[in-house]
Structures are given as structure tokens and as C-alpha cells.
Design a protein around this ligand. Structure first.
Ligand SMILES: *Cc1c(COP(=O)(O)O)cnc(C)c1O
Length: 381
């Protein structure tokens, strides 16, 4: 593009909001002499616990690490199966593979993007040990039905709540109930610790296991002696990261309220005749991690890539969340093929992530809607 023809500044599809107070707190930690896990991590876990109704919280360096440790803590490994949606960030399935178990995919709702609970029970076998649902975009899965199925079949639930911090289901916060609930604090998520994550919940035995896997499998026996109980990894959060998280957590509800307001504008401007297929709206308990309509590609003369390029030329960033997992080489190797999960595959082809982050203005939404409408309507066959 010609640099001399300047349009409006580039609007990314997401951007973290770090305030000056948080930056000052980080500087203080950097000067404190204690950078790795220490008082700030303890404080972040305590504050998160308060946010989740007093449940135990264990932080990690990522949700990926947290979900892997949650599976290990449940004793899941080779020979076991875990039921999970075919549409998510690939981490959800990767961690199942990493502990040596087998992911058993289920299709998702076309508009909810959440695991189709009607299809879960027929996928249960004697080897099934757990269900790993995703609260996609922060829209909670039907928790009553999910946990009823889990209870009936004696399965553990590991919730991928990477999108769902601050979401609630029928007034109860995600993470304040249920088995093991894994949050992500990656910079694209609703709050960040740069990289990081946390597990809410777990039995005392599971918590012990998570602590061991998080830090070398070590326990202190006395002032000068340790034992190593298992070959643990190293996924402890740093105090620097925790200081960022503390500043973020203070503003979580404000951030999510802003996300809901911006999304309301998208729905208001597009109404019932939207040129793109809008996702299920949910209610006030939706944290709106991402806003991901579907392009009506079968009616258009352009590809998704061409749509993304046309938006970019108008100064608007567009993401893709996500391709269907079972079509990646790693999962095709398990025998999965095209056509197996029509909704996940269609979403994987058609989904576009439009800008949504707390410092966006309503006028930015207007600009995105005008641009996407013009591009889609101009490309109808
Ligand atoms: C981001 C994300 C993860 C992984 O989170 P990290 O903290 O980056 O490891 C897992 N699942 C979903 C659905 C995600 O969006």
C-alpha cells in the first residue's frame, strides 16, 4: 500500500489494556529483589479465589500447562479417552495427547460454538475418563446438563475456561463451581499476566498433584532437605506476571462490561438481517472474549482470505478462531476425516473474528460494521 495515502489508524482485532498503576506495580516488583513465585503469586491466587467464591486456585505459566496438569491430576493417561469439542484452540486437544490419552471429538452447535451435549453420551466408552468442554467466546456450556452427564457416567470434568473468566451461568461465576476449571491469561484473553493461567477447584489430592507437577515434584521435608515425589515439570508463575494479573483482575468486571456494550452495538447495527451470521447472543453472563460471526461464503464471490485482506485495506484487523481441530494432520492421524463434524468444519471455514477489546469506541464498531457490510454485500454472486 502507498504510505502517503493514510487511512484511519489500524484497528486490531484485540489489544490488551495495561494501566499505568499496573506498570508502576511491575516496576516495584522488579526492584524488590524477588522476581519468581513469591508474595505476588500468593496474592493473585488469593484474589482469584475470592473472585471464584473462595475455591482453591493454583496459577501456572499458561492454561495449556494448567490443563495438562489437570489431566495428570485426574490420573488420565495412556489407554484413556477424553471427550472434547472439535472446535477450539488446538491446545484443548493437544494436552490430551500430551498425557498419552486419546481425544474423542464431538461436534459443536453452529451458533453457540459449544460442545453438542446431545452427542456426548453416545461417545462414552469404558475407556472414557473425562469431558473437556470449552466455554467458547465466554458463552457458558449448559452446566446442569454437562455435570448431570458427568455424574451419571462417573467422569471428571476439566473445563477449558480460557475464554470465560468473568462469565457466569445462571448467575454463578464460571470457576466458582464444577470440577477443575482452567483459565488463561494470555495477552489476547479477557485479562492477562502476559503468559499465564490458573486452575480453580480440584480435590485435595488433585491440588497436591498440581503443585507437584508445577514445581519439579518436590516437597520440602525440613529446612535443609527435600524429597522428589514425581518427575514434575516447571510451570510456576513469576511475581512480575502476577503483579500484572493483580492490576488486571481489579478491572475485569469493567473490561467485560465494556465488551458486552460493544457487542450490543454490533447486534444493534446488524439486527436480524445481518450480512454475516452472528453467534448466539447469550445473556449478561457472557464474557465476550471474541466476536466471531460466520461469512456466508457459499453466496460470495470472494474467499475468507480476500475478505480479511479487504478489511485490512480499510485499516481493520480480523482474526480466525479457529480451524476445526480434527482436520489438522496430528488428529487426522487418529482417523478423523472431512465431513465428520459439519458444524465445526463450517465454522472453521467461515469464521472471522472482528475487533473487540475494552478500549475500543462505539464508533470503531460502526466502522467495522460498515466495512464488513460493504465488502460482503459487494461480493454477492
Ligand atoms: C488461549 C486458549 C488456550 C491456551 O491458553 P494459554 O494460556 O495460551 O496456554 C486454551 N484453550 C482455548 C480455548 C484458548 O483460547
Amino acid at each position: 500500500m502507498n504510505d502517503s495515502v493514510k487511512g484511519p489508524p489500524m484497528l486490531p482485532f484485540t489489544r490488551p489494556t495495561i494501566d499505568e498503576e499496573t506498570i508502576a506495580e511491575v516496576a516495584q516488583v522488579l526492584r524488590s529483589g524477588w522476581l519468581a513465585s513469591g508474595p505476588k503469586v500468593a496474592q493473585l491466587e488469593a484474589e482469584l479465589s475470592r473472585y471464584c467464591g473462595g475455591r482453591p486456585i493454583r496459577s501456572q505459566t499458561s492454561a495449556t500447562a494448567g490443563m495438562e496438569m489437570a489431566l495428570l491430576a485426574c490420573g488420565i493417561g495412556p489407554g484413556d479417552e477424553v471427550i472434547t469439542p472439535a472446535l477450539s484452540f488446538v491446545a484443548t486437544a493437544n494436552v490430551i495427547m500430551r498425557v498419552g490419552a486419546r481425544p474423542v471429538f464431538i461436534d459443536v452447535g453452529l451458533d453457540s460454538r459449544n460442545i453438542d451435549l446431545d452427542q456426548v453420551e453416545s461417545a462414552i466408552t469404558p475407556r472414557t475418563r473425562a469431558i473437556m468442554p470449552v466455554h467458547f467466546a465466554g458463552l457458558p456450556v449448559d452446566m446442569e446438563r454437562l455435570y448431570a452427564i458427568a455424574k451419571r457416567h462417573k467422569l471428571r470434568v476439566i473445563e477449558d475456561a480460557a475464554h470465560a473468566i468473568g462469565s457466569s451461568w445462571r448467575g454463578q461465576r464460571i470457576g466458582s463451581f464444577g470440577d477443575l476449571v482452567c483459565f488463561s491469561f494470555h495477552p489476547n484473553k479477557n485479562i492477562t499476566t502476559i503468559e499465564g493461567g490458573a486452575i480453580s477447584g480440584g480435590s485435595p489430592e488433585e491440588l497436591k498433584s498440581i503443585e507437584l507437577h508445577r514445581w519439579h515434584g518436590q516437597v520440602r521435608l525440613g529446612p535443609d532437605s527435600f524429597d522428589t515425589l514425581l518427575p514434575g515439570g516447571k510451570s510456576n508463575l513469576s511475581d512480575v506476571a502476577a503483579a500484572v494479573g493483580l492490576g488486571q483482575l481489579k478491572r475485569l468486571d469493567e473490561f467485560n462490561a465494556r465488551r458486552r456494550l460493544l457487542v450490543a452495538r454490533y447486534y444493534e447495527l446488524w439486527g436480524k438481517d445481518a450480512p454475516l451470521r452472528l453467534p448466539e447472543r447469550g445473556d449478561e453472563g457472557h464474557s465476550w472474549h471474541v466476536f466471531t460471526p460466520l461469512l456466508p461464503l457459499v453466496e460470495l464471490r470472494i474467499s475468507r482470505l480476500e475478505f480479511i485482506e479487504a478489511m485490512k485495506q480499510r485499516g481493520i484487523g480480523v482474526g480466525v478462531h479457529y480451524p476445526a481441530i480434527h482436520l489438522f494432520s496430528c488428529y487426522r492421524a487418529l482417523g478423523y476425516r472431512d465431513g465428520r463434524f459439519p458444524n465445526a468444519e463450517r465454522i472453521g471455514r467461515e469464521t472471522v473474528t472482528l475487533p473487540l477489546f475494552p478500549t475500543m469506541e462505539l464508533a470503531d464498531v460502526d466502522r467495522v460494521v460498515a466495512a464488513a457490510t460493504a465488502i460482503v454485500n459487494g461480493a454477492r454472486a
